[in-house]
Write a protein that binds this ligand. Structure first.
Ligand code: ADP
Ligand code: MG
Length: 414
């Protein structure tokens, strides 16, 4: 294993241009290079891609990467190729699929990115048998779990595919998985219990705050004045996204653009590109925005309504401050948000209702806690924080007991 890691370190320097591994990258790499299937749960920005890209350059054969978003794949493709890695995507958007298939058959690909819907087709399985697979990497692996917040049925077809290649190790990757999601991923993807590598969830440079929403335009305007850098504002509906974007632009004079799935594809892509390139732009978006966007200098994430769950909250706020510099995550919630979410529970199929109710209750406990927010978050992910963080609203200005009672009253009346 040490010898393998030595080779990996050499590769890290020569291919990727980094001097050191980060966090638990070496633990994941050691397992993969020895052919052991692994579930890596590491926070956003921890460097999960490297844990399959590096083996792809060392192992014999192609690393097949299952990734849920085409935009995300193309970003990865660009950065892999920039490092001289032989990589390709096989998606409906690729005109050069014949060349890609030929390159795979010839053993000339280190990395092959595919979408889960492709991976679940029988012809794809036959195609894979035409050459040697080094590794299956399943990105955003929480999508395999119905308990996770982003279930995608196609992920359930991955196990039958991978079982056709039982000797090929599997590497599942995710940033957000509580205990139940983790055990779902392990069983749904056939990874042994001992294959779990769990890195820390704490993002110490993010200041968390959760406030009651009275006038979101005024509140977010104040936040923007405190945070001149790039920011993301999450709003619950397309209409609210557009409305907030206009009002915030008018109130602040800054560039504020909307992003949601109802916009024309070109406008969405242009707004996203503008945001990624900008040093001070704010994007107001639905949760359609953000997965896989690599922008290290996001200075704040605001929620103008409640997220779906603690996991969604962690993932969305986790887009702030990936560069390690101070960043702010503020949620503006209203009692009506919880009331509406509870109403929506009634529309769900019976078997999903109690899970969703539990999720909502957990979120409510984060919102109503008078104690350290970070501690509640970290405990949710199974960590045992030893002390209050000193970097959330409750630590920085402890609420008076009456405030906490007031919050509880508002929640209960919802
Ligand atoms: P994740 O998928 O875990 O959110 P990424 O794989 O996108 O994270 O990596 C985040 C950033 O960290 C990328 O810009 C990547 O190049 C960088 N990175 C990864 N590993 C290292 C390392 N060992 N040293 C320095 N930077 C790294
Ligand atoms: Mg990633």
């Amino acid at each position: 294993p040490n010898l393998q890691l030595e080779r990996a370190r050499e590769q890290l320097r020569t291919v990727f241009g980094f001097s050191e591994f980060r966090g638990r990258q070496p633990d994941v790499l050691a397992r993969i290079l020895e052919g052991h299937s692994t579930l890596a749960v590491m926070p956003t920005g921890a460097g999960k891609s490297l844990t399959y890209q590096l083996p792809a350059t060392l192992l014999h054969g192609t690393c097949v990467v299952i990734s849920p978003l085409i935009a995300l794949m193309h970003d990865q493709l660009r950065s892999a190729r920039a490092n001289g890695i032989r990589a390709a995507t096989l998606t409906s958007a690729d005109a050069d699929w014949r060349d890609t298939m030929d390159a795979y058959r010839a053993g000339d690909l280190d990395l092959l990115y595919v979408a889960p819907e492709r991976a679940s087709q029988p012809q794809f399985c036959d195609f894979l048998t035409s050459s040697q697979i080094a590794l299956f990497a399943i990105d955003e692996a929480h999508c395999v779990s119905e308990w996770g917040h982003d279930f995608r049925p196609d992920y359930r077809q991955l196990l039958p595919l991978m079982e056709r290649f039982p000797e090929v190790p599997r590497l599942a990757l995710t940033a957000t998985a509580d205990k139940r999601t983790r055990s779902d991923i392990l069983s749904q993807l056939g990874i042994p219990q001992e294959g779990l590598v769990l890195a820390g969830f704490d993002r110490p440079n993010i200041t968390y705050a959760i406030q009651h929403r009275d006038n979101p335009v005024r509140q977010i305007t104040t936040l923007m004045a405190e945070q001149p850098g790039p920011g993301i504002v999450y709003a619950p509906t397309r209409r609210k996204v557009e409305d907030l974007a206009l009002k915030l632009a008018a109130a602040t004079g800054r560039l504020v653009l909307p992003y949601h799935a109802g916009l024309p594809a070109e406008e969405r892509a242009a707004n996203q590109a503008a945001f990624v390139a900008s040093e001070d732009m704010v994007i107001v978006a639905t949760i359609a925005f953000g997965m896989g966007i690599d922008k290290p200098d996001v200075r704040f994430v605001a929620h103008a309504g409640i997220p779906k769950s603690i996991e969604a909250y962690y993932q969305e706020t986790g887009r702030a401050g990936r560069d390690g510099d101070p960043a702010q995550a503020t949620m503006y919630w209203g009692a009506g948000d919880f009331a509406q979410a509870r109403q929506r529970l009634a529309e769900l199929p019976e078997e999903r209702r109690s899970d969703e109710r539990t999720r909502l209750d957990m979120l409510a406990s984060l919102v109503e806690t008078p104690t350290c927010r970070r501690a509640v978050l970290l405990r949710h992910f199974g960590e045992k924080p030893e002390k209050a963080c000193g970097n959330c609203d409750n630590c920085l200005s402890p609420p008076k007991v009456t405030d906490a009672t007031e919050t509880a009253r508002k929640l209960l009346s919802a």
